[in-house]
Design a protein around this ligand. Sequence first.
Ligand SMILES: [Zn+2]
Length: 706
Amino acid sequence: MSEDKAWWHRVLTIADIGVYAVDDVLRLDAAELAEMKKGLGFNAEHLSCSDVYGGDKGVFYFKTKIAERVPRDFLGEYLPEAKKRGIRTLIYYNVHWLQPEFAKKHQDWLQVDAGGHIIDNLYGSGCAPCVNSPWRDWSFQGIRDLAAYGIDGIFLDGPIFAPAGCYCQACRGLFQDRYGTDLPAKQDWGDPTWRNFIEFRYDTIAEYLRDAARALKDVRPDCVIYMNCTGLWPAWPAARSNRRLMAHQDILGAEGGFLYYDLRTSPLWKPGMAAKLLETQSSGKPTVVFIAGANKGWDEYLLPPTETKLLYADTIANGASPWYGIPLHCAKSPGALAAGEMNHFIMRNADYLEGTVPLAKVALFWSDRTADYYRATVPVTDFTPQGERLEKREAAGNFYTGFLGCYEAMTRSHIPFRILDEEALTPKALRAFDLLVAPNCACLSKSKARTIASYVRRGGNLVASFETSRYDENGIRLEDFSLSEVLGVGAGKGTFGPLKLDYMSVIDPGSAATQGLSSALLPCPTYGMETIPMGGAPLAMYREKMPARYVNLPPVSNKPAIVLNEYGSGSCLYLAGNFFEHYHGYHNPDYRKIISNWTRAVAKMLVSVGNCPSSVEIVLRGQPPKARLLVHLVNFTGEMTRPMESVVAVRDLKLTLHFEGLERAKALCIGKELDLQQTEDGPTLSIPRLEEYEVVALEPFDARAV
Ligand SMILES: [Zn+2]
């Protein structure tokens, strides 16, 4: 990366070592704190400047008109110490949580639910200020007062809407002005007024960020601002639409590295999932994945070093910078020291991590519209502690779990891929990909359906499953799939199931997708989709329903389970069931094989691996100006449970490169040049030992040649 790039475009290692309570801040030594952060390899930070425990209460550690009390101007004392040590200081500014006692004094600031009750249970206790209320001006005054200091930027924690908000007077008035109606009486996704309300919530959060950025930059134009945004989960509960927010912020960050309670329920590659989505949605601006050092919700107890290193590795492998947050008293814990080790690795190897671009011939479609308007579990996050209770419960099909299953099947098959959302799904962008995967992307606008159809007609390939394109972008069910011609089937009566004991039969075991399966008789996905034949060739058929266990197999039905359709110059593999949701739950190896087979049949692979467990994630990134390809290997091979106390090292992992002209290979973690062997398949190299992470830099590499 050229030296003249702004500092926030360089790789960042951001500390958030929280000190909030007045007694603790009074005892702090500014120089010691800055020195400790520098020692751990941080080059930037979020510095808290208020007593935010239990929510904001008007106690600040900088001079501001909005303070009820300033026990110490810690910011003024600290900034020169950070600057001396080359640490960029962004202020952590809480804009979503007020302490109840403080909130009581400002009733007109608070979010209320449809019943008119003040929402007072954030994190179990605390009120949420509303961005449309007079609180807005109070919070902007705090920003202007921060801008009087020599800070480098502001990070906004929030703003959010609570899932039940907001029905305050300000929101009622503003909604009436914009839509000419009252707010919807209740949550009803079929009601256009409810859908307007969802849009209104997104829009007004974005308008708050726009005005907050103005408040800062009017005083200090060289400062950056960004807020806590949405990772890879439905955006509607907290009402933060990354796409709408990007116009007003300099960085895109989300809590992709926060792990809660039983870690076995979190995807191993959770930070990478967020990083991939953020990269797509950031409009070319830098991305940050927030990593909590703690095993949440035990906020004062850290994850083991192995989990910490993996969170870091998956973040930087996927092109994002890490933010690492812990309480101050944990700064000498083994987990924090592991973060320090990773920070120093990043600093030493910044040349290989900055200015990279993703390289993948496969795109996975994360449909924001489906996440919001169909059915999708909402995972537990700091802003949605209700977690799965927010799921819109209906019979079949959960977009979120299906997406996780698809992501896992691709990752375990060592297939490098990117994530695209609706806005990224353009004819031009799709030309770069051999394959688009749409796992139950149910809600699709006409124009996006046309884009996908034209991509396939011109030689692209598609995997689609279950109810993909069965609904419009507002979640209204259509008569037929809007992609029926591409899928090679029409929509029949609907979904069927649950199929708990049932089977399907592979009727064409020689196809590119189905060859080499362990059995022609496979368990069914939990729900199937009735279809009408339209020319696609069935590869597998559902069998009739099993009446019970331990009975003769019922005959093959007339319902296709897997259909391969040629469309124009391209093709589509349609899975007529919630296959990916099923894979998420049961990890059927033949399901994965079908996806891996077909992907390899239609998409060019730059790199293949040997002697490599499915629990090693492979990410390819390029640095075109340096003619360099980077192969990131993140080893999630643990000891059969989580949190992982260590990984099982992989020995003699083989990489085969399917492109010409390679001269040099260097492994950055072990710090060694690797020997290249010429084989029939292409140049091959061996990595003697992979612990948590390795990056292999390959030169020269011409991205245009692939
Ligand atoms: Zn409101």
